[in-house]
Design a protein around this ligand. Structure first.
Ligand SMILES: [Zn+2]
Length: 243
């Protein structure tokens, strides 16, 4: 048996255990979920395998409608993210939207590195050849382009080691804030506010080393109206190394 077959067999075994335990502990919830869903939260998070919306928040199935992509982006014209947001806000009528980044994000780091490499080549007067259309490099470069642009604005004008001067944690927070703003400024969210709906958009960061969530206090609950702050005292600086 190949190792992937063994892996998948163990996952199906685990599912049987999970299903039996679920049916035993909360049969009413299983029946309710079989009839439909009524989540109150929409979660836009990273695809990273370490950051699960349900596990991080400890909620029951049916509580959060989730869309995940690399580095929780909300690009203009991204039909997948827009469709998920549209369905969550206007069909499921969620009350809160969480944009959740996380520490050690590979997508944000790639954007940071791309910004640094561009600047270093620029400083040397080197021309940068665009990657071959459709290649791995081209696909990733297009996806992280907004993060690269954001990182470029944070690069110091002169530094012997620009990568060292940038902080992944700082860029991660900035990217979450930008994404919160983009979601809040979207026609989909504004339409809900125009209808007088009670809907707020928040930015959180999940700390992989502590499994704790941190509110960035950058939320909105209407056009130009700040959402209530959810931030609380934290000890993240002591519990995680500087990124
Ligand atoms: Zn990530």
């Amino acid at each position: 048996m190949s190792s992937s077959t063994q892996l998948l067999t163990s996952i199906l075994d685990a599912n049987e255990t999970y299903a039996e335990a679920f049916a035993r502990s909360d049969p009413a919830l299983l029946q309710k979920l079989a009839k439909g869903q009524s989540p109150r939260i929409f979660w836009l998070g990273c695809s990273d395998s370490r950051v699960s919306a349900e596990l991080a928040t400890g909620v029951a199935p049916g509580s959060i409608f989730v869309h995940r992509n690399i580095a929780q982006c909300f690009h203009p014209g991204d039909l997948s993210a827009s469709a998920a947001l549209a369905y969550a806000v206007h069909v499921l009528k969620v009350e809160a939207i969480i944009v959740c980044g996380h520490t050690g994000c590979g997508g944000v780091r790639a954007g940071m590195q791309a910004a640094v490499e561009s600047k270093q080549r620029e400083d040397k007067g080197e021309k940068v050849e665009p990657p071959k259309p459709g290649s791995v490099e081209d696909t990733i470069a297009k996806w992280i382009a907004p993060i690269k642009s954001l990182a470029s604005t944070q690069l110091p004008s002169c530094s012997s080691d620009p990568l060292e001067a940038l902080e992944l944690a700082h860029l991660t927070d900035s990217h979450v804030r930008d994404t919160v703003k983009a979601v809040a400024d979207s026609d989909l969210v504004r339409a809900a506010w125009d209808e007088g709906r009670d809907l707020s958009v928040h930015g959180w960061v999940y700390h992989v080393g502590t499994a704790k969530l941190r509110d960035l206090d950058c939320g909105w609950k209407g056009v130009g109206v700040r959402a209530d702050s959810l931030s609380r005292p934290s000890t993240y600086a002591e519990s995680e190394p500087r990124e």
